[in-house]
Design a protein around this ligand. Structure first.
Ligand code: PLP
Length: 403
């Protein structure tokens, strides 16, 4: 059998966008700024163990039965309450929330809902690589809009919409962007909704990092400003609890939820009831907000170390975003430096540091002078040490050119 039998969407000769994203490092002592995963020592392991036991005790064998596509009502009620009080989504009710297999599945289902091959969509440049992996499968035409310090460039977005009125879908990570590290301003959130109304497209607002704010005040969600049911709001338990739960949840209009439920049913019928019930028990018997507070206290120390190290170590000509939360900062180096080559030829073999190079975070993989640095997976001393090494390497590169 040869590749001929595969659907075109698979593109068998093109590697997955996630390939090489977390390179296996030959050096155990390498300082890895690569992580996309939350810190394991902060997982609520014991509380979840109790929550699983409580879920099984409550429902007996019925726990293990098939349940509903949308997810258990009690959990959806809790999430609706959370959406109303913490995310300012006043329209959230038990009926317009659904559970998904992580945020990742929701991204896939929304793409499946909206995209025929060739359909036009907007992504931020850079954007979350896993979203691009999902979108790729529906063969869209991408239009990229640059990310600025206060979120996507809405002027450039409007120009793109004028030139391509067929655009029907926009994906954004407005809070503590992955990989950009930036947060969209309130003005841009409002503007985005206005543009969606004017140019007739839907927005997927993906917010897995939203609760992980270390400095400053939380901003209203884009969904909060939604006047025509054009925003699909997505959250996940992966970063604030644990990724293995594979539990995401979205809020959308009843009309959209109805279609997404058809797609969820076709894909995998429902989320595992044991997991959903255990998370429900966790929320009933613990304060998620207290847990998030504890996470933020710990992550804040690491964020502060990163912000200080950027100021101290990065040479002129190199810029970095200053994250107020989330997991990442984004570094831009001058054009002549290819960060993939730099990683494999110098940073890792010579200096024993690793980061994620920019290429795969761009829809057309044509951007080679950026890097994503994670700061939540490292202790402050490691951040200091790793950033010192990176600073020296970049200084050396820049000095060679100016000599
Ligand atoms: C922006 C963004 N969206 C979605 C996801 C998917 O997360 P999960 O499927 O674990 O909820 C991630 C994970 O890294 C992410 O960074």
């Amino acid at each position: 059998m040869d590749n001929r039998l595969f659907a075109t969407r698979v593109q068998p000769d093109v590697p997955s966008r996630l390939d090489g994203l977390f390179p296996q490092l030959a050096f155990d002592d390498a300082i890895k700024f690569t992580a996309g995963a939350p810190a394991e020592n902060l997982f609520p392991t014991e509380a979840m163990k109790q929550a699983y036991l409580a879920a099984m005790a409550k429902e007996g064998p019925h726990t293990f039965q098939y349940h509903t596509v949308q997810g258990p009502t009690e959990l959806r009620e809790r999430l609706a309450e959370r959406a109303r009080t913490r995310m300012q989504i006043e329209s959230a009710t038990v009926d317009n929330i659904m559970l998904t297999a992580g945020g990742q599945q929701a991204i896939d289902l929304v793409a499946k809902l909206l995209l025929n091959p060739g359909d036009a969509m907007v992504v931020e440049a850079p954007t979350y690589v896993g979203a691009l992996s999902a979108f790729d499968m529906y063969e869209p035409t991408y239009y990229e809009v640059e990310l600025e310090a206060d979120g996507l460039n809405t002027t450039q977005l409007e120009d793109t919409l004028k030139a391509h009125p067929e655009i029907k879908f926009l994906y954004t990570v407005a809070d503590f962007h992955n990989p950009g590290g930036v947060t969209m301003s309130v003005a841009k959130r409002k503007r985005l909704v206005e543009l969606a109304n004017q140019y007739d497209f839907l927005i997927l607002e993906d917010t897995p990092y939203r609760d992980l704010r270390y400095v400053g005040e939380s901003l209203p969600t884009i969904k909060h400003f939604d006047t025509e049911d054009r925003v699909i709001f997505l959250s996940s338990f992966s970063k604030v609890m644990m990724p293995t739960l594979r539990l995401g949840w979205l809020v959308a209009s009843p009309m959209i939820i109805k279609q997404l439920l058809k797609l969820k049913e076709a894909a995998d019928l429902e989320v595992p009831n044991l997991t959903a019930s255990a998370v429900n028990e966790f929320l009933a018997n613990n304060s998620l907000d207290d847990h998030i507070k504890a996470l933020n206290k710990e992550y804040r120390v690491r964020q502060q170390a990163m912000v200080a190290a950027i100021k101290r170590e990065m040479p002129a000509g190199v810029t970095a975003t200053e994250p107020e939360g989330g997991f990442f900062t984004w570094v831009t180096v001058p054009d002549f430096i290819n960060t993939t080559d730099l990683l494999y030829n110098e940073a890792t073999p010579n200096l024993h540091i690793a980061y994620v190079p920019s290429k795969n975070f761009y829809a057309y993989k044509n951007h080679t002078n950026g890097m994503r640095l994670n700061f939540t997976g490292l202790m402050p001393a490691e951040i200091d040490d790793g950033m010192h090494r990176l600073g020296q390497l970049l200084t050396e590169k820049l000095t060679k050119v100016t000599d």
